[in-house]
Design a protein around this ligand. Structure first.
Ligand code: GLN
Length: 543
């Protein structure tokens, strides 16, 4: 018999940036720890169709799912906390639903009826929620933005209606609010949170749980006040002061009783909680280890800490596993171009992450060359593979080697748009997205790292390595160590006379987990540790 899915809706009040995504993911983690099956979804009221074209400096990283959906970075939190792989169904943006509605209207599917936000758009939202949750015990739905945003109104109406459609007993509403501390009067102020609850009620939604975000722990009297104003029992007001690490939030929520509250609300049967893995993770994430490795992240965007979120989480997870601290320094790629690469010698390892456009690319190529020539551990991700290949071809004597992304008429397009892709370069829809299989060369570093000869990784890029230049870059010690099953696409490139120089056309960071770091990141951290503690044996791989 098909399972009956129950729905937990998470909305936010007072202000944005409260960590609603982490809260949603953490609730999921506590339910998974009780043996329940959990699905999760982000509803973003933006009018965009997906996150592919959003500026990372403004919105943070674009997370890619295995089926190639370009999504909000909250999907990354969900995957890491729930240790599951999500799909397009878990990322719903207004633009996607609206453009489908308009396409249907143009095709005459509404037979002359007026197309309206209510009920057509709100029904489309409900259908998307029901489809995403199908088959799980609990489906968690995070509504982006803050209650009161004009864009979000249809979503609130949709979840209100959905409770009528599936039954109120199958829905639970959780509201995340903020309680500020006023330094001058030395008080926590609950008024904005009270107002936020009232705003939610004005949409016909009564919260069942209130999550109270604060900078520091609040006094019991403030919690009681909120309980009274929200009309909730005290145990449904859950306090979430800033945690030492985000991975402590599932423990905070479990201690506050969220899993049991949800289980009771939906009358579910569940196993006792297994939170040991989270205790262990928090212990390793908060330990100050004896050794610290320094990784230079050669970055283009420096203003928003969320831009390389998954990359940073993957580095941290690898460092915790190896029991070292990792200090990640963001190196401005453009500065490397202008000021030279000498500053890179202070690092134990370098990472060139993915990126688009020409700004900073010469700095990234210079960083790859520096790593190549100085036995500096290097992990190249997507653009970081392309810059390594360009650096190799230039080293072989073709100084003009570049990527078509920078110069469409380049004389030596070492990275290019493959036949069949030409003419579609401009915007979305032309990229290699999502899971692709890679054959790993036997005897390669890649094979030793992955301990496999066939791997699958997620992609998000438009350009490919031009194999016409393979001979040139292989002269310098670089080797193609992974290709697509048909051999046409270069997937991995490494250096044979180097302690650790490896790059991938894919984005391994999306598959890394806090409890289970991705092997390529583990390799970089291990190489960085050895780089620090041993004299570098030239020509001898360290791993
Ligand atoms: N800009 C490059 C491409 O489109 C690399 C993309 C990336 O690093 N994600 O191929």
């Amino acid at each position: 018999m098909e399972k009956t899915t129950n729905y937990v809706f998470i909305t936010g009040g007072v202000l944005s940036g409260l960590g609603k995504g982490i809260t949603a993911a953490s609730i999921g983690a506590t339910l998974r720890a009780r043996g329940l099956s959990v699905t999760i979804q982000k509803c973003d009221p933006y009018l965009n169709v997906d996150a592919g074209l959003l500026n990372p400096a403004e919105h943070g990283e674009c997370f890619v799912t295995k089926d190639g959906a370009e999504t909000d970075l909250d999907l990354g939190h969900y995957e890491r906390f729930l240790d599951i792989e999500l799909t397009q169904a878990s990322s719903t943006m207004s633009g996607r639903l609206l453009s489908q509605l308009i396409t249907d209207e143009r095709a005459g599917k509404f037979s002359g009826k007026t197309l309206q936000l209510v009920p057509h758009f709100t029904n489309a939202i409900q259908d998307a929620i029901i489809a995403a949750g199908n088959g799980s015990d609990v489906h968690i739905v995070e509504i982006g933005g803050t209650v009161g945003d004009i864009e979000g109104m249809a979503f609130l109406e949709a979840i209100r209606e959905l409770a009528g459609r599936v039954g109120h007993h199958r829905c639970l509403s959780a509201h995340v609010v903020y309680v500020p501390y006023i330094g001058t009067s030395k008080e926590f102020k609950t008024k904005p949170a009270q107002n936020a609850v009232r705003d939610l009620r004005s949409w016909g939604i009564m919260p069942d749980v209130l999550f109270v975000r604060t900078e520091t722990p609040i006094p019991e009297s403030a919690a009681e006040k909120l309980s009274m104003f929200a009309g909730l029992p005290r145990n449904a007001v859950m306090l979430l002061p800033n945690a030492e690490t985000v991975y402590a939030v599932p423990l905070q929520l479990q201690a506050a009783g969220i899993d049991q509250l949800i289980i009771d609300h939906f009358q579910l049967k569940a196993a006792p909680a297994h939170m040991q893995a989270w205790h262990d993770l928090v212990a390793s994430a908060t330990t100050a280890y004896e050794q610290t490795v320094h990784i230079g992240l050669i970055a283009k965007y420096l203003t928003n800490e969320d831009t390389y979120f998954s990359v940073i989480e993957a580095l941290k997870a690898a460092a915790w596993e190896q029991q070292v601290n990792v200090q990640i320094t963001w190196v401005d790629a453009q500065k490397l171009e202008e000021e030279g690469v000498d500053s890179l010698q202070s690092f134990d390892g370098l990472l060139v992450p993915g990126g688009f456009g020409m700004r900073g690319i010469e700095g990234k190529i210079a960083a790859a060359r520096y790593a190549m020539d100085h036995a500096m551990p290097y992990l190249g991700i997507c653009l970081g593979l392309q810059t390594a290949v360009i650096a190799g071809v230039r080293k072989a004597g073709i100084e003009q080697a570049t990527t078509s992304e920078v110069d469409v008429h380049a004389e030596h397009p070492v990275i290019y748009i493959m036949e069949g892709q030409q003419g579609k370069e401009s915007t979305g829809g032309t990229m290699r997205l999502g899971d692709y299989v890679c054959r790993v060369q036997s005897g390669s570093l890649a094979e030793r790292i992955y301990e496999a000869t066939e791997i699958t990784e997620r992609h998000r890029h438009r350009y490919e390595v031009n194999q016409a230049y393979r001979q040139q870059f292989e002269q310098t010690g670089l080797r193609v160590s992974g290709v697509s099953p048909d051999g046409r696409l270069v997937e991995m490139v490494e250096h044979v006379d180097h302690p650790y120089f490896i790059s991938t056309q894919a984005h391994p960071e999306f598959r890394s987990r806090p409890h289970r770091p991705h092997p390529l990141f583990r390799g970089l951290i291990k190489a960085a540790i050895l780089n620090q503690t041993q004299a570098r044996p030239a020509g001898l791989p360290l791993l």
